[in-house]
Design a protein around this ligand. Structure first.
Ligand code: SAM
Ligand code: ZN
Length: 304
């Protein structure tokens, strides 16, 4: 449980699926992320949590997991996810903040977070929570936006961009939208107890010029070929990593815990959970467990 509640970007009611993905010329980016996830994600396991899962765009990649938990602060996006995946009994839909995950310690074999880190005001707090819920041998699949990509470097050197892609601190280009220096992110991960096992540099061809001359499938296949050797340079706008945690062995007691008091005695009822320790109510609304603590939500998303 965290005591501070950083602001969260507000995707409630957003048309993220149709405004950003479907028919928006981003098939290549979607494919590039899928190639990378397929490569890095352990193929099977007990519980997989996707943090900031949105409308469940990537959920078809989790076939090998016995329980798939899609978490997001946006209730409306989870409703869309539920429309797509609600018939599959392996899936759970959980509205919660990833700063206060409503899961017990050691509960997840894998945790995936794609296109979310770049919205986080407090990465260190989020990494601490993720480390808490991951199993000792658990895998953390993290995608983050790279500030030191080739286009930013060229623009900076040509004097067409004021901010330096070489400076370590995150660059907030729009409120609650950050790009990260790979060395800064690696240091944050280390600080939170993670070891970076593998890195892939992805989405090299995220430019209209490339998209005009080759199909998304071709670009994504070429990107996949490049992604491992190019990880040494990290000149792409997106980096996918697989991290492991160094922490003592432990076992989970159930899946859910109360995000208000961290108690693990949750009494299940037809309308949700009641915490036996602090009496907080966590309702089940239209198939979505609502474990959201009140936080300040800010700004409509502009870039994702
Ligand atoms: C750009 S979307 C990415 C969605 C999905 N991962 C994908 O790649 O299609 C970012 C998502 O992160 C969620 N998000 C941002 N900050 C969050 C937080 N602190 N806790 C939970 N969800 C958060 C947003 O609600 C939104 O659905
Ligand atoms: Zn409680």
């Amino acid at each position: 449980m965290t005591t501070t509640h950083p602001p969260i970007i507000d995707y409630e009611g957003s048309r993220y699926r149709t405004d950003f993905w479907e028919g928006r010329g981003r098939e290549y980016e979607d494919l590039a992320e899928r190639y990378a996830l397929r490569r890095l994600l352990p193929p099977s396991g007990e519980v997989l949590i996707e943090a900031g899962a949105g409308f469940g765009r990537l959920a078809d990649l989790y076939q090998g997991y016995r329980r798939v938990v899609l978490v997001d602060y946006s209730f409306s996006l989870l409703q869309e996810a539920r429309q797509r995946w609600g018939d599959d009994p392996r899936f759970l839909f959980v509205a919660a903040s990833l700063y206060d995950l409503p899961f017990t310690d050691h509960s997840a074999a894998a945790l995936v977070m794609v296109r979310v880190m770049h919205h986080l005001h407090s990465p260190a707090l989020a990494l601490r929570e993720i480390g808490r819920v991951l199993h000792t041998q658990g895998a953390f699949l993290l995608e983050y936006a790279n500030k030191r990509h080739l286009k930013a470097i060229l623009r900076y050197l040509a004097g067409r961009q004021a901010w330096s892609p070489f400076a370590l601190p995150p660059y907030e280009f729009v409120r609650l939208n950050y790009d990260f220096h790979p060395a800064w992110m690696q240091a944050e991960l280390r600080q939170a107890g993670f070891t970076v096992e593998q890195e892939l540099a992805i989405s090299h061809f995220r430019l209209p010029l490339f998209k005009r001359v080759a199909s998304p499938q071709r670009l994504a296949a070429l990107d996949a070929l490049l992604s491992r050797p190019a990880a040494a340079l990290k000149l792409s706008p997106s980096i996918m990593t697989r991290c492991r945690l160094s922490k003592p062995e432990g076992s989970a007691s159930g899946l859910f815990r109360c995000p208000a008091c961290a108690g693990v005695h949750l009494l299940a009822g037809p309308r949700g959970f009641t915490c036996a320790d602090c009496a907080a109510q966590w309702p089940l609304i239209e198939g979505v467990y609502d474990f959201r603590l009140p936080v300040s939500r800010e700004t409509a998303p502009t870039a994702s």
